[in-house]
Design a protein around this ligand. Structure first.
Ligand code: GDP
Ligand code: MN
Length: 378
């Protein structure tokens, strides 16, 4: 789950990372009031879950409250790569002497957090990585010990020649690592970390992604979710208790069990198709979940066929069959449905589906090949 810059800065602030003061506004008048309170120059920043807002015109400096109000009225409602801006952060403008890059993320191969820092911040870090890899330092952290003091100084030294700046930066590294671990983050990024003309090191941008799997442990973070910034289908799936990830293919997949769901998607690719989603209805056999799943998948206009792959263990095939029949009676499901059921109460399931005019297969290969063919000819 991604959170907004203003929320990430709140986490930074409470961890003691210096960030310029500011507040979020939903209207130009509110932006004006905040700018008046801050006094002096301010920056008006689009709050959307995407980077590169500056280049898209979503970050603007204002030298007066009137100018801040007019920038806010331009930015609010703006479309930044498919996302509509509903909020702006109005924050004190800093006089920048230099911009660096700092991030903590998970290195999956090492199975540990890793710091990535570069003195060449502000820009696209991927560009720096491609053109000047020597300008980037990667430093893995052993999660058992956390970020050790000498590591924090090594990172800080890589960014700054001046000891005073490095000392401030080392403290920020330490606190950023704490933000990362205590909020179950998959990413905590500062781009840019600046040195002001007066020699202060500060975070003027903040990007934080929270690992959804850690959210159960940290229910208070749920309050940071902005459902207006995620696909509506993902919101619905979460409310229905389904594991769902929207993808951009045309074969809708409804599967029980994450492993089988992954295998099903692999097989769709193997037969030359493209899955429209990952969806795990879970181990239980609750017809309501099946109804929700079917409606969520069918609401994607790209879906040309819906593929069910159910291996009945604890999940009862007849319950899934009932769910499919019920969903079709509740709402018009336009795409054709192909079904493979195997296991607990398979015979009953086939009967229920048969009465509703639906056929079921027991071979996974057969059903996936058929679904891909149908999507291709639809
Ligand atoms: P992003 O484009 O979405 O990454 O948004 P940022 O918050 O990183 O802002 C983009 C750029 O705007 C920064 O790299 C800075 O160069 C500039 N900028 C942002 N805030 C300030 C500020 O307070 N003062 C000045 N002078 N420039 C700023
Ligand atoms: Mn940035």
């Amino acid at each position: 789950m991604d959170i907004h810059e203003y929320q990430a800065k709140e986490l930074f602030r409470s961890a003691g990372i210096p960030v310029p003061p500011g507040e979020v506004a939903r209207t130009p008048a509110e932006a004006r009031r905040i700018a008046e309170e801050l006094g002096g120059r301010v920056v008006v920043k689009a709050q959307v879950h995407i980077g590169g807002r500056g280049k898209a015109g979503g970050v603007r400096l204002a030298s007066s409250a009137t100018e801040a109000e007019s920038h806010a009225s331009d930015i609010l409602g703006m479309d930044i790569r498919g996302l509509t801006v509903g909020k702006v952060l109005v924050t004190r403008a800093e006089d920048i002497a230099s911009e660096a890059y700092v991030a903590v993320l998970i290195d999956r191969r090492r199975q540990s957090p890793v710091f990535i820092v570069s003195p060449e911040g502000g820009v696209d870090i991927e560009e720096v990585a491609a053109e000047r890899p020597e300008a980037i330092l990667r430093l893995p952290v052993d999660p058992r010990y956390g970020l050790l003091p000498h590591q924090a100084f090594r990172l800080a030294d890589f960014l700054y020649a001046e000891a005073g700046h490095a000392r401030q930066a080392a403290r920020i590294m330490d606190r950023l690592y704490r933000v990362f671990t205590s909020n179950s983050c998959s990413l905590a990024e500062i781009n840019p970390l600046i040195v002001t003309v007066a020699g202060q090191v500060r975070a003027i941008d903040a990007k934080v992604s929270l690992d959804d799997s850690g959210m159960k442990r940290l229910p208070e973070l749920e309050a940071l979710r902005d459902t207006s910034s995620e696909p509506a289908s993902e919101t619905r799936a979460r409310q229905a208790g389904l594991s769902f990830v929207k993808l951009d293919g045309d074969v809708g997949c409804c599967v029980n069990g994450a492993g089988l769901a992954m295998a099903t998607m692999d097989l769709v690719k193997y037969y030359g198709g493209r899955p429209a989603n990952f969806l795990d209805i879970g181990g239980s056999s609750n017809p309501d979940k099946v109804v929700a799943a079917l409606e969520i998948i069918a609401s994607d206009p790209h879906v040309k066929v819906i593929l069910f792959n159910i291996f009945g263990g604890i999940t009862r095939c007849d319950d899934v069959a009932k769910g499919i029949v019920e969903a079709r009676s509740r709402t018009a499901i336009a795409p054709p449905i192909v079904i493979r059921l195997s296991g607990t109460n398979e015979a009953e399931a086939i009967e229920i589906l048969g009465e509703a005019g639906l056929a079921a297969y027991s071979s996974m290969d057969q059903v996936v090949e058929r679904a891909v063919r149908m999507a291709g000819s639809a």
